[in-house]
Design a protein around this ligand. Structure first.
Ligand code: UD1
Length: 350
């Protein structure tokens, strides 16, 4: 079978790393990069580090408003699909690239496969929520990371060809950890850090970066901490901090966005992680590092139920108090699959 996989943003490169490897054992894959992320640190570094085959097509969309970015991708993906004639189109997660890929394929009557289907925050102010709701309703094969996701789809009337498979990001993490002997020590030395004696923070959601009040509260919380905080900074966030002229205290080390291996090394040796990323909430859990989520809701509710993730929103006091008092339980039950999720996905593709 010929499969077109659509990727465009950092978390999608990570997911595709696992699935492409497995997919190419059985099928012909055409990897389409929309170009939504284009800086080397946000894109090329992941292809190189994770040994992802170079994309057959790069649409070079770049940044823009949601309409401009999605509209450009819709037109360009349609052209690729018309010329390539794939039997299926695989889309990942909830970015504008996901939405454009699903819409272009569905209109051409090419079956859409959604990896990471069924997640909901129930917050339509998030662009990602809109993207995933539409992608799910356009998909013919829905591969879900959790039973919560399966139930979410059922409550919207989507029950056909819905499968609980787990999370492909766990496959990638396991693959990377096998290759990482000695890596944490190298990175920690470079950044002059001691294992479990620092925190990691990441922030990039528009709800936090585009809302000056929330951004300011989060930065004031980080400034009020008395531990080293390593903060790999997304370009969107850097622009927001610079634009708003925010103060960042000296114990916060702003570093460029990290490649996958470095991020796993940094996160895995942290005492605690503060983030608004979806992927990092799960990685924190799998790595056994407590996570404070800088959002008011999460799609990964199982990590909260297990006691390893606490939602602190953008509430300065709550963030500071949680950093100081967070004591996760000893138990950390397996979540989101067994690390052979990609093989299961490819099996279901037929
Ligand atoms: C996108 C996804 C988000 C995902 C995130 C992963 C959407 C709506 N959002 O958010 O779900 O969690 O990717 O990182 O699709 N920029 C650069 N260089 C780049 C890419 C972006 O400088 O290589 C800057 C630009 O100023 C751009 C801004 O970041 O305007 C936002 O980029 P965009 O692709 O719109 O969304 P993300 O915030 O990265």
């Amino acid at each position: 079978m010929k499969i077109a996989s659509i990727v465009g943003a950092r978390p999608q490169f990570i997911k595709a790393a696992a699935l492409s490897r497995e997919l190419r054992k059985w099928h012909k894959e055409v990897l389409v990069h929309t170009g939504q992320h284009y800086d080397y640190a946000m894109s090329g570094a992941f292809f190189d580090g994770l040994e992802i085959p170079p994309p057959e097509v790069n649409l070079g969309v770049g940044s823009g408003s949601h309409g401009v970015q999605t509209g450009f991708m819709l037109k360009a993906i349609e052209e690729v699909l018309v010329s390539q004639k794939p039997d299926r189109v695989v889309v990942y997660g909830d970015t504008n690239s996901t939405l454009a890929g699903a819409l272009a394929a569905a209109k051409l009557l090419i079956p859409v496969v959604h990896v990471e289907a069924g997640l909901r925050s129930f917050n339509r102010r998030m662009p990602e929520e809109i993207n995933r709701v539409v992608a799910d309703h356009l998909s013919e094969l829905l591969l879900c990371p959790s039973s919560t996701a399966v139930a979410n789809l059922a409550s919207e009337g989507i029950v056909r060809d819905v499968h609980l498979v787990g999370d492909v990001m766990l496959d990638v993490l396991n693959w990377a950890r096998q290759r990482m002997d000695g890596e944490p020590a190298r990175l920690l030395n470079e950044l002059d850090l001691k294992a479990r004696r620092y925190l990691v923070a990441t922030l990039h959601r528009s709800e936090n970066t585009d809302d000056w009040g929330r951004l300011n509260n989060i930065l004031r919380a980080l400034n009020a901490l008395d531990e080293t905080v390593v903060f790999p900074i997304h370009p969107r966030t850097r622009k927001a901090i610079t634009g708003a002229n925010c103060q960042v205290a000296p114990h916060i080390q702003l570093v460029e966005p990290l490649g996958y291996f470095d991020m796993v090394a940094l996160a895995g040796s942290a005492r605690l992680i503060l983030t608004d990323s979806g992927g990092l909430q799960k990685e924190a859990y799998w790595l056994g590092v407590p996570c404070i989520t800088l959002r008011d809701e999460t799609e990964w509710v199982e990590t909260v139920k297990a006691g390893w993730n606490i939602l602190a929103g953008a509430d300065r006091e709550r963030i500071v108090q949680t950093v100081r008092s967070f004591a996760p339980p000893n138990a950390r039950p397996a979540l989101y699959g067994d690390g052979s999720v990609s093989a299961r996905c490819v099996e279901l593709l037929g």
